[in-house]
Design a binder for this molecule. Sequence first.
Ligand SMILES: Nc1ncnc2c1ncn2[C@@H]1O[C@H](COP(=O)(O)OP(=O)(O)O)[C@@H](O)[C@H]1O
Ligand SMILES: [Mg+2]
Length: 364
Amino acid sequence: MIIKLHKWLIFILLECTIPLLMATISEEEQRVIAPDSSEEEKVFDLTLRPKQLSEFVGQEQIKEPLSISIEAAKKREEPIEHVLLYGNPGLGKTTLAHIIAYEMGHGIKMTAGPALERVGDLAAILSNLQKGDVLFIDEIHRMNKTIEEVLYSAMEEYALDIIVGKGPAARTLRMPLEQFTLIGATTKMNLLSGPLRDRFGHIFHLNFYEPEEISKIVARNAKLLEVDIEPEAHHVIAKCSRRTPRVANRLLRRIRDYAEVKHDGIISIKVAEDALCMLSIDKSGLDEVDRKILHTIINNFAGGPVGLNTLSAAIAEEMETLESIYEPYLMQIGMIERTSRGRKATRMAYEHLGQEFKEQEALL
Ligand SMILES: Nc1ncnc2c1ncn2[C@@H]1O[C@H](COP(=O)(O)OP(=O)(O)O)[C@@H](O)[C@H]1O
Ligand SMILES: [Mg+2]
């Protein structure tokens, strides 16, 4: 039996405690070039985060279709279709979600997959949305199945179907919702279920940035932070930023500190290079862990192929971290290759470490 009830009544029925839903993802110890953000950085991020689509550098493949959809939705006075953003950490998913809400002229509520533990958590957030608001769910692939299923009707019919009670006394309560836009962000598209993926009207993939785009971001942020930086130094920072804006922002901050303490505050090429050297970041943007990975594949496993499991044990890093943080960039710049039998170091990796490339080993 379906009973239509006012949303506030259900809200009380569900005895929802609104937990602190702002992303509660545990943070690991931070490397200087880790693409994940630290607490301290979130405040800093607020200053630098572009607010409008026109300030968002790069990702042209997303910006154009997105701006058309935003404009069309505004004309029709409807919310924009649900959006799924996927890409590596630090490439701008959260930033884009804020931009979409801003451009639509509506509010945004933020949560994360692991923070939604009970259906009541989701109901509490959804029932508080105004027409046109954006609900941003970060790490949407980490949401539990029950919540995911409840989300389906919310996305499709703007209603929540909630089962209350057990056995013969069970009732389905339908709670009507305002029309909203769900924006999901994920770093792992393959972990997202098909039915959830199909319910998004737009699916956008964020790519790694080109070095010139990162240079532009560094220049823009240096201006916002009133940092004195020579134009050529933008490129030095951009080259070491793993093609990731978050890393570029972090390096800019560290180099600014170095310039202020060790020099007169001006970031010249020399100051930027010295600071990067102090941070053990080389000219390709690799740090000690990256070099250890390459070194281990080459010297302990004769250049590979070596399985991810074995490699993670050998360098004492979690497999998950290795796979989602280190490997994508090393692969992106062509230092390692993924084969069916594991990871292999490329000629470029040998050259980077100043070691002789041994063809027969790499072919093993
Ligand atoms: N395209 C971009 N243009 C300018 N700055 C960007 C861009 N993308 C990301 N940033 C910067 O990088 C930081 C991290 O981006 P964020 O959206 O938090 O990444 P994600 O959510 O994908 O991990 C933001 O604070 C923002 O300042
Ligand atoms: Mg984010």
